[in-house]
Ligand binder design. Structure first.
Ligand code: GLU
Length: 491
């Protein structure tokens, strides 16, 4: 059987990185098994529908290079892929269950249900509408045919008739077997009074009709698995395989990663910008490859030491055995360090096309763009670092006085005079590196002192990329001037 998996977000806002990670694991599983990756939009809850979320989801997947094989944008053999366009399908299927007796109409008012709930709570019980009490309510099992005919003229819902005294047992590929007593389960509503299916019903019907072979989704849906099994049973269908992914946890403390954590600590939780004030990983200077690589390791690992994976390598390496059961803690520094590896390994010719890079380089002559990027790129953790890193081409940073102080008693003036002399007589395209090192050797001056003096004068601090390469970019006059300025500063 050909592998078919689906990512089934509800368009209730931007995609959280937890959702993106679910999409990624579906995508990787599909690619690894030469299967089909489907996007299905679960938009039956009109109250929670947020305009713009579907296109956001589509754009986020595209940015990450995970183009669905089937979905609302590109269609496919098992559409439509928006649940709001599948109402007729749910209607026929609910009728099938009503006819077979696996489901029934219920007419209880919200007041009647509230009263029943309060009574249960008074006894210290959790309210359930199920096999033990369904005959006390107003539904098609308790009304006579005439009453039923009347009642059907008003609002109603359709409930699943959960079979009593059964052990509902189903396996999750990551966590093993889950067994629940059916007497503990609700007669879940399958069809709401507005004629729309509930999540559970639409989800099961669609997974079946779209021939989904493995359901891969977040852990928060694990408790729904037995209920879904009962809906499959009600139709006499074989359920697909299930795989529930671990939660993504806050950077510290207990609980699920939330937007508030990001707002508090200044990191994004969405792949792309949402609204005018919420930047995504893209806007914060991540490469999609970097984000994807980091997300892959939030709940999975290949058991080896390797951390750097391209999307293609992940497609190859991905396996279910590598999925962990326990929650995966989000770590923004780690995400940046993975991004850093991708930034340093991307070819400058590719990176130069990035709009953030273009924006920074626009301040410099075009013929220098590639050289500048090549020099600084391996120092970047996000693309936003490029502006700060290249600032030294415009002016040195304020002198790092602590390092300047340490240098003072090592006689840097004589070194700087020599550097100035070499820079002054330097020919176009030549480096002063060799003559400078030669001079230091002859005069028994440590290369440490030479390089620190030189670097402090050009950069202002002791870090930064290769100094001679910086000087080449700066041309002849600028380095000379900076050395003189530094000499003045020292005196
Ligand atoms: N629409 C559900 C969600 O937003 C899908 C859950 C599932 O994959 O079954 O997460």
């Amino acid at each position: 059987m050909k592998t078919r998996v689906r990512f089934a977000p509800s368009p209730t806002g931007p995609l959280h990185i937890g959702g993106l990670r679910t999409a990624l694991f579906n995508y990787l599983y599909a690619r690894k098994n030469k299967g089909t990756f489907i996007l299905r939009v679960e938009d039956t809850d009109q109250n929670r529908y947020v305009d713009g979320s579907e296109s956001y989801i589509q754009e986020a997947l595209e940015w990450c290079g995970m183009i669905p094989d089937e979905g609302p944008a590109n269609g496919g053999s098992h559409g439509p892929y928006r649940q709001s366009e599948r109402k007729e399908i749910y209607k026929t299927h609910i009728e099938e269950l009503l006819t077979s007796g696996a489901a029934y109409y219920a007419f209880d008012s919200s007041e009647a249900l509230s009263t029943a709930r309060e009574e249960a709570e008074k006894k210290g019980e959790t309210f359930r509408y199920g096999s033990h009490n369904r005959m006390q309510f107003k539904n098609s099992l308790t009304l006579n045919p005439d009453e039923l005919k009347e009642a059907l003229k008003e609002d109603y819902v359709v409930r699943l008739k959960v079979v009593a005294d059964q052990r509902v047992s189903i396996t999750d590929e990551v966590r093993g077997n889950v067994t629940v007593e059916s007497n503990l389960l609700d007669d879940k509503i399958l069809m709401k009074s507005d004629g729309m299916p509930t999540y559970h019903f639409a989800n099961v019907v669609d997974d079946r009709l779209m021939e989904i072979t493995t359901v891969i989704r977040g852990e928060e849906w694990l408790p729904s698995m037995p209920m879904h099994k009962l809906i499959y049973d009600a139709f006499g269908w074989e359920p697909p395989k299930f795989m529930h992914l671990p939660l993504i946890l806050k950077p510290s403390g207990k609980g699920k990663l939330s937007k508030r954590d990001g707002d508090k600590d200044g990191f994004p939780v969405f792949p792309l910008q949402w609204g005018s004030d919420t930047a995504g990983f893209r806007e914060m200077g991540f490469l999609p490859e970097g984000l994807i690589n980091y997300l892959a390791f939030l709940g999975w690992n290949d058991g080896g030491e390797k951390e750097f994976f391209s999307l293609e390598e992940l497609e190859e390496a991905f396996s279910v055995v590598g999925i962990q059961k326990g929650g995966a803690r989000f770590d923004y520094e780690k995400a940046k360090s993975v991004n850093h590896q991708h930034l340093s390994r991307t070819s400058p010719d590719t990176l130069i096309e990035n709009s953030k890079v273009k924006q920074v380089l626009a301040d410099y002559p075009v013929e220098k763009h590639l050289d500048i990027l090549s020099l600084f790129q391996e120092r970047l953790y996000t693309l936003d670092d490029l502006k700060e890193e290249t600032a030294l081409l415009k002016a040195p940073y304020p002198y790092d006085e602590k390092s300047v102080g340490k240098l003072q008693n090592k006689n840097p003036q004589i070194v700087l005079e020599q550097i100035a002399a070499l820079l002054g007589t330097q020919k176009e395209g030549e480096s002063i590196k060799e003559p400078l090192f030669q001079w230091a050797k002859e005069n028994e001056i440590s290369l440490g002192v030479v390089m620190q003096s030189f670097r402090l004068s050009i950069v202002g601090k002791l870090t930064g990329p290769d100094l001679f390469a910086i000087c080449t970019l700066l041309g002849k006059d600028v380095p000379l001037k900076r050395v003189h300025d530094f000499l003045n500063h020292l005196s």
